[in-house]
Every structure is written in structure tokens, then in C-alpha cells.
Design a protein around this ligand. Structure first.
Ligand code: NOJ
Length: 745
């Protein structure tokens, strides 16, 4: 069979892909194999010859469709074997239509919507010739100082797993072969979010039990959902950088999980093994990465340079290389690239069409979290307003509302809050705008007078503050996560005018808001809401829509509380209100014992400012009657937990009902609460809904002292509520399965 004929072997003809891969492999030179293992940044002139010589498996960061088609033409028609290219791009939260940043999407807890956002991103980017995205980022993120918390799905393993799988499904569609499907990438495997002090790329130290119970579950879920690729993290994990970590990439990913897909390094992370102090030079770095199981190198060309001699000198064996290359070829076959390497540029393209924009608006609406609503100042009523002040550097900036990783989203496609508010109120309300500050982080007060003037004459001041896009994202970490620049002073200045304040925050992370909380009447947390942020926020402000987002991360009172997350361990001396003593209440020369001797700080309360899962609505929901279908179950049985939720307010609204459990005693200590289920339900005003969750052994299991996934008999508490601080509780007891009991007897 001639190699070029392989292109005729269409997977739709049910041809066995393994046969096709072996046929190709058998005709490839070592150079061509290593070429497949190399991804290069787009630099068209250099690439053309390299591709012709079979030296490139994938190109990253090319988005010009004609150029992509030309590169594919050279690969398929001018290279000896005609192998098409993987075209990679960071399509993280949209392509042309930008959705809320991933952390914002996570605040929607809306599995279907998140899948749809990823589907649209796949449609728009595949139209441009892209066939591989480096998303979802499913790193558990418990440090809001870390810039990449913006790109994460939050702090919780269950939420992150569920939403990460939704993204994988959206990107990859029903069938990778479909032209609108792109390969997804589970990244950054693993533990990247635990970088010390929230400084990007920093060392991580994660005990194996914690790794397995907290950091790995989203990756396992993505692997089980068929994610096509995995990216190795930049970070050092317990002394072994992941790019060279054979235990993680071979023993866990390949052997334990039986993951069949492709693994890629992160950007230049192979030569960085030298910088880590893990490899003596780039050749030995290439050896370590290849030996650890990194199939493709991103950007740096160390494989191309050093693998040939490593193989010739028998440091690495050819069989190993063939296995790695076959995974790359298999993905190309799965994507149908051998049959259809080109993207039709004559097809009418409709990025940003009305459907895409309406989904972007819905996603932004559902992502916004109402954190405070004093005396129900929101929703505003157009009829009751004469003058509205709109203030802030983020009120009318189409670029900043897109957030981090908005490569292909354009500012001029965005509708800002100011545009949307003016459009909504029309001539009936006088909208007065003042920037107040030139940027979100500036420290000069020159714009304050204007902000004060517009506030003085207004019925309400809507302040649109937070962080510009550049203050979060890769390598964009902060040690102080208060509102940046002189925003706090701006809030104080407007507060002094006596005009009620509605604070809208656009940000890529939780901001510490304790100091400004008393000064404002309402806070709507909008994250970076994307292209349609303005209309979404406006509809929420004026009650056309009801806020329903819930926090996917705990909001600390101050940076000193970090790490602060709801699923903490109890400790031997847990904090409690009964024992807590504030620094201001310490009596002079009091004996130490009067300080409670529990796990607290003296200078801040131990509770968060807002707990995980928290978010208000314009209506109120009353939770009652939690019941278990049976109190006792054995390992092979399941039970149902139900609660009734009544909408006792005046708005028809959606609520995200959350189920938490606690395993009271374990062979390793268990978190005080763990999310095990959630449902977004719609309840009209005055009506009730009974929500049912099923609990079985899978939800009760955890990695035990022997690192085995098992449930242990004993007592569990279960809560159903509107956030992780809920108190509506029941209990259940787990016993060994009947036959196990009999065997023991
Ligand atoms: C480095 C980032 O860590 C990774 O997430 C991204 O996909 C690559 N650069 C490519 O841009």
C-alpha cells in the first residue's frame, strides 16, 4: 500500500485505524517520526521547508486561514508521506464570540450552557482551520492570588470535573471526525494550581493522598470522557517536574487510567527541565521528557535536535517512539485530517452570529453572582429613576471585559455596560458617565471630582470596577487582591455623596472586598463577562433577568486567610464562634488559655467573606424537609436524598441546589464538606420543587491510606442547601456489602 494511498482510507469506510497507523509507521524514517513529535510556533517562512521535510507534526498560533490551508497543502502534498498537521490554538473561553472567563462560566454551574459555549468556540475556530485547543484547564485552584485562577473552574473537584467534562464534550462534539469538532486538552496535568504563594510556575508539594483525592479527579473524569489530549504541567511536583515525571505520566495516566490519547508538553517546558535543575543539559531534558511519556514537544525543538542521537545511542528505544508517534497519527485520523486537511474558505462564515451572541449573553447572565443586595436596591426600576450615574474605568471598555486569553476576540465586538445601559433606559433616564480613574490600577485622583459630580445629581451610582484583563491570567499573579489602584478611595468618595452605590465587579479572581462591603448597597460579581457583558449586566440590573450564579471559589476576607476553601479538614482543634477571640478583645496580659486554642487567626474571623456556592437572588428560596429514602445502605446499594425548595419571593427564578456530604471518620481524614451533586432548577414565585439526589458508593469513595479508591463503612452527614454553609442536614450510615459481611463471619 503506498503511503499517499492511506489518505484514501477513510475512517467512515470502517477501516481499522490501527492498521492505518502501522502502515504509516512502517514507512516513516526516524526523522519523520520525530517530526511528528514536534510542534512549532507559527513562523511561516521557516516552517515551509521543515514541513516539506516531514519535520513538523503540529503548528501552534497560526490563525490566518489561507496560511493554514497552505501549510496543510505543503504537509499533505509536498512532504514525502503527506501527513496533515495538527493546528493548535488556545481557544479558552470562546474564539470570536467571547464567553465569560472559565471561572465566570463555572459560576453558572450550568453544565449544558458550558458545553454549548465550548461547542460554539469549536465551530468558530474550526472554521478558521484550527483543530486542537488547549482547554479545558481543570487545575483545582485554591489560591486567588494565582493569575490562572481566572482560567480555572474553581476550587472543587466535583464541580471542576463536571464542568470540565462539559467543555470537553463541547469542543469535541459527538464525533471528532466532524469538521466542527476540535481536539480538547486536559491541562495542566497535574497540580499546577497548587503553586506556592499563588506565584505562577512555582513549586508544588502535594501529598499523594491529596493529589488523588483533590487534584486528579477532574483529569480522570476528562480521560473517562474521551478527552483527546493531555498537557503536562510546567510545575515541579514533589521534586520532580511534571514534564519529566514518569510516575504521573506513565504509571498513573497510562497504566492506572489506561489513557490512550496524546500528551503534549507545555511551552518550552522540556528545556526548562534544565532550569529546574532536573536535567544537566537540553539533551538530557529531551531524554527525561520522552522517557516520562511526553509524546509531543511544544515550541522548543529539543526533540528534533536530540532524540535522533538518544535513539541511535540506545538511550531511548524505537518501540517507545513508535508508540508515541502512533498516538499522534491516531488523533489525526480521528479528526479526519487525512481525508479533509483543508478548511473551506469560500463557505459563508458567521462568527458572532445572533445565536452565538445570545448564548454569550445567557452565559454572562448566569455567571454573575449577586453578593449583596441591601434593602433590595436591585433590581433598579427604569420608571423610578431620573438620573443614573455610571462610573468606573471598566464601564465602557470593550477590551477589558473580555478578560485573559482573548486572542481572537475583538474589543469592537463587545457591548459595554455603558452602551447597554444607555440603550436600555433610552431617553427616559439621564445617564451620566464618569471614568473616575484612567485604568483599574491607577493611583491618581484626577477623575474623582467628575465622579463625585455625577454621583451628586444621581438617584443611584453604578460603579463598574475590578481588574483589567492584564491583572489575571498566565504569569499575572497578585500578592494583594484588594481592588487595585485607588478604587477603594473612589468608592469612599462616592459614598460620601450619600448616593446609593451598586458595585459591579469585573475581575479574573476573587477580590478581597471586606473593606468596601459596608460602603456599597449591592454587589454584582460579573468576572470578565465577555463580548455580551454589557447587555447581560444591564438586564440583571433592571430585573429583566434574575441573578442565579453561585461562587465556584471561596471569597476570603483578606489575603492572610489564603488558602481558604470550604472542603478543609477539621483539624484537632477546629475554630468555632464560641472560642474565637478577636485581637481587639484580648485583655491586657491575659493568660494564653483565654484565646480559645483553636485553629484561627487573631486578626480576622475564621469564616470567609462569602462561602463557596454562595449567591443571592432577587427572590428568596426556603429549603426544608431533607429526607433520606433509607438511613442505612450497604456498599452495593444506593439511596435518595430529597429536600423541598420553595420560592417565597416575588420573582420567578433559577436556583442552584447543592448536595454536600461529610464522611465522619476515615482511614485518612476527610473534608468537613464535599460537594456531591447540584441541580439548577427553575421555580416560579410562590411555587415549590422537590429535588432528589441519588447517593451511591461512587460518591462516598475516596483514596484511602493505601491509595485505593474505596468507601469505608460508617456514618455520613448530608446537607442540601443554597451554598456550602447550609445547615439543612440529615445522616446516613454505610455498611459492608452483605456478602462481604458473610465472608468475614
Ligand atoms: C503556556 C500555557 O501554560 C498553556 O496553558 C498554553 O496552552 C500554552 N502556553 C500555549 O499557549
Amino acid at each position: 500500500m503506498s503511503v499517499k494511498n492511506i489518505q484514501q482510507l477513510n475512517p467512515t469506510q470502517n477501516c481499522n485505524k490501527e492498521v492505518q497507523v502501522s502502515a504509516l509507521l512502517s514507512q516513516m524514517t526516524l526523522q519523520e517520526k520525530i517530526g511528528q513529535m514536534s510542534q512549532f510556533n507559527s513562523d511561516v517562512e521557516k516552517l515551509e521547508t521543515l514541513i516539506k521535510n516531514g519535520g513538523v507534526g503540529s503548528v501552534i498560533n497560526e490563525v490566518d486561514l489561507d496560511t493554514i490551508n497552505e501549510l496543510q497543502r505543503i504537509a499533505t502534498q509536498e512532504s514525502r508521506l503527506g501527513i496533515p498537521l495538527l493546528i493548535g490554538r488556545d481557544v479558552i473561553h470562546g474564539f470570536n464570540t467571547m464567553f465569560p472567563i472559565p471561572l465566570g462560566q463555572a459560576a453558572s454551574w450550568s453544565v449544558d450552557l458550558i458545553e454549548t459555549c465550548a461547542r460554539i468556540a469549536a465551530i468558530e475556530s474550526s472554521n478558521k482551520g484550527i483543530n486542537w485547543t488547549f482547554a479545558p484547564m481543570i487545575d483545582i485552584s485554591r489560591d486567588p492570588r494565582w493569575g490562572r485562577v481566572a482560567e480555572s473552574l474553581g476550587e472543587d473537584p466535583y464541580l471542576c470535573s463536571t464542568l470540565g467534562v462539559a467543555m470537553v464534550k463541547g469542543f469535541q462534539g459527538d464525533n471528532l471526525y466532524d469538521s466542527s469538532s476540535i481536539a480538547a486538552c486536559a491541562k495542566h496535568f497535574a497540580g499546577y494550581g497548587a503553586s506556592e504563594s499563588g506565584r505562577d510556575y512555582n513549586t508544588t508539594n502535594i501529598p499523594e493522598n491529596e493529589l488523588r483525592n483533590v487534584y486528579l479527579p477532574p483529569f480522570k473524569a476528562a480521560a473517562d470522557a474521551g478527552v483527546s489530549t493531555f498537557m503536562a504541567s510546567f510545575s515541579d511536583l514533589n521534586g520532580i517536574p511534571v514534564t519529566g515525571n514518569s510516575w504521573l505520566l506513565n504509571d498513573i495516566l497510562r497504566k492506572e487510567w489506561q489513557y490512550p490519547g496524546l500528551t503534549v508538553s507545555d511551552w518550552e517546558s522540556i528545556p526548562q527541565l534544565v532550569t529546574h535543575g532536573f536535567a544537566v543539559d537540553e539533551k538530557s531534558a529531551a531524554f527525561e521528557a520522552c522517557n516520562a511519556g511526553v509524546d509531543m514537544e511544544m515550541a522548543s525543538g529539543n526533540y528534533a535536535e536530540h532524540l535522533p542521537s538518544l535513539i541511535q545511542n540506545n538511550k531511548l528505544n524505537l518501540e517507545q517512539i513508535d508508540t508515541m508517534v502512533s498516538r499522534i497519527l491516531k488523533l489525526k485520523l480521528d479528526l479526519g485530517l487525512f481525508d479533509k486537511p483543508f478548511t473551506d474558505s469560500t463557505e459563508p462564515k458567521e462568527p458572532l452570529n445572533s445565536f452565538h451572541l445570545s448564548v454569550a449573553k445567557q452565559a454572562a447572565i448566569k455567571s454573575c453572582v449577586l453578593l449583596k443586595n441591601n434593602k433590595q436596591i436591585l433590581p433598579l426600576s427604569k420608571a423610578k429613576l431620573t438620573t443614573l450615574a455610571v462610573i468606573g474605568p471598566l464601564a465602557d471598555d470593550g477590551y477589558e471585559q473580555l478578560g485573559t486569553w482573548a486572542f481572537d476576540g475583538k474589543a469592537n465586538h463587545s457591548i459595554t455596560c455603558l452602551n447597554a445601559i444607555e440603550d436600555y433606559v433610552g431617553s427616559s433616564v439621564d445617564v451620566k458617565f464618569a471614568m473616575g480613574m484612567e485604568t483599574s490600577r491607577c493611583n491618581n485622583f484626577d477623575g474623582f471630582d467628575e465622579a463625585i459630580q455625577v454621583s451628586l445629581s444621581a438617584d443611584v451610582a453604578v460603579l463598574i470596577l475590578g481588574e483589567e484583563a492584564i491583572l489575571s491570567g498566565e504569569a499575572h499573579c497578585r500578592s494583594n487582591i484588594d481592588l487595585p489602584g485607588c478604587q477603594e478611595q473612589l468608592i469612599n468618595a462616592v459614598y460620601e455623596t450619600g448616593t446609593p452605590i451598586v458595585l459591579i465587579i469585573m475581575a479574573g479572581r476573587p477580590i478581597t472586598l471586606e473593606k468596601v462591603l459596608p460602603k456599597v448597597d449591592a454587589i454584582l460579581y460579573a468576572w470578565h463577562p465577555g463580548t455580551m457583558g454589557g447587555p447581560a449586566i444591564t438586564e440583571l440590573l433592571f430585573g429583566e433577568e434574575c441573578p442565579s450564579g453561585k461562587l465556584p471559589v471561596t471569597f476570603p476576607r483578606n489575603v492572610g486567610q489564603i488558602p481558604l476553601y470550604y472542603g478543609q479538614k477539621n483539624t484537632g482543634r477546629p475554630a468555632s464562634d464560641a472560642t474565637f477571640v478577636d485581637i481587639d478583645n484580648i485583655k491586657v496580659r491575659a493568660p494564653q488559655t483565654s484565646l480559645g486554642m483553636t485553629s484561627t487567626h487573631l486578626d480576622t474571623h475564621f469564616s470567609p467573606l462569602f462561602p463557596f456556592g454562595f449567591g443571592l437572588s432577587y427572590t428568596q428560596f426556603e429549603y426544608r424537609d431533607i429526607t433520606v429514602s433509607r438511613r442505612e445502605i450497604t456498599m452495593d446499594e444506593s439511596l435518595k436524598i430529597t429536600a423541598t425548595i420553595r420560592n417565597v419571593g416575588h420573582f420567578d427564578a433559577e436556583e442552584i441546589v447543592q448536595l454536600y456530604i461529610r464522611d465522619l471518620v476515615g482511614s485518612v481524614t476527610r473534608p468537613v464538606k464535599e460537594l456531591k451533586g447540584f441541580k439548577r432548577i427553575y421555580i416560579p414565585a410562590g411555587e415549590s420543587e422537590t429535588v432528589v439526589f441519588e447517593i451511591n458508593i461512587d460518591q462516598l469513595a475516596f483514596y484511602n491510606r493505601q491509595m485505593k479508591l474505596k468507601a469505608e463503612p460508617g456514618l455520613f452527614h448530608a446537607w442540601i442547601g443554597s451554598n456550602s454553609d447550609t445547615e439543612l442536614k440529615t445522616e446516613l450510615e454505610l455498611f459492608e456489602a452483605q456478602d462481604e459481611l458473610l465472608t468475614k463471619d
